[in-house]
Design a protein around this ligand. Sequence first.
Ligand code: SF4
Ligand code: SF4
Length: 414
Amino acid sequence: MKKISIRTISQIIIVGIVLFLAFTHQQYGIEQASPIHAYCPFGALEGALTYIFSGEFLTKTYRSNYILLAIFVLLTIFFGRVFCGFFCPLGAISERLRALGKKLGIKKDVELPDTLDKYMRYVKYLVLLIIIYFSFRYTALVFDAYDPFSAFAHLGNEFDELIFAYSVLGFVVITALFSKGRRCRYFCPLGAFFALVKKLGFFKLKRDNNTCISCGICRKSCPANLKIKTADQITHPDCISCMECVNDCPKNSLDVYILGKKIKKQTFLWVVTGIFFITLSIVIWTPLWKTKPVSNIISDQGIIKVENIRGSNTLQYVIDTTKVPLTYFQEKLQLPVDIDTTMKLKEIGTTYDIKNLSGEIIETEDFRIAIDQYEEKKDNQEVTCPFGEVNCEFPGECGAYTDQDKNQICDYSE
Ligand code: SF4
Ligand code: SF4
């Protein structure tokens, strides 16, 4: 039986961590557990231009994204695209799916002709540019709706909202059964970024022409399907430093060099995994590591930013943060009197079978609209109590008592 490598163990740990984070977020909501987007280095790339020009983080991203990106950029400079080879959950799952495909009888990798394959590898750079541009233009994670990682981390939830992302995930899963790393090679924008960074790095893979017997085993083992046996140095940006070729070469003709110094394969695997997990374990205990702001629903100027209200916010949290009373939501959205306010907004409509005026089950957007209308009403009512009363209770001290939000306190005194 093939010995399980430290790289595989690292991949299993990462997939386990991602599933744990995804589950806790889905289970306990955004107030208890940050969305998975906060743990993806790609979020930092998507939000970089917005942050540079406005100092704002894109919704669902925060400092953690930038810290992770910085760690992986440094690792890439020294060790090549190890994010893709060791720490990408989708890459890990794709590799296991290809192994499953082989067990199911799809022994031969289904590949595009070499010339087409060569050009398809450039598509990911275009995808990267498009995403960075539109994320900046619309100040949002525009890729989220198509992101297979996002779909994976939603664990089957929000299927309607993420229908495209789930479709892409389905495509990734099916193609991974019969071909190696096709998504990574052709379409992955984060892979494209690390491929560019790798060009500046110190990692080299060299083939000894004197001992190589051109058996081609290395290409079969390579998840990036690289032509290794014809190159003296494997400098291709799609090499993900996985060491599979080094491991499987029957003549030990392949060696790793960093800063010109030869490194043993096993040392390489341990150093990469060790540096990452030790660095991460330290960083998450520093004050720098933050996966979400205390709340981004209220801006520094005290304005409610309804677009930052998430379906995973609980009703109670929204009430506490926005100061919009429960009675207003009950009246506006026909919420039951005994509603469980610890429920997430996205679950309320289906749980209580509440429909909006269009006859559709109410969603987070209906809460956002209600809050907007409440604020508008408040602005139009900038009339204050002529007697200076504060929180004047029913029936009021004068004849002007008004209580449109039905909280038993005169609106002029609130
Ligand atoms: S597996 Fe080793 S011997 Fe075979 S072609 Fe690749 S480098 Fe040469
Ligand atoms: S060339 Fe070797 S190290 Fe690079 S991706 Fe292919 S198998 Fe992995």
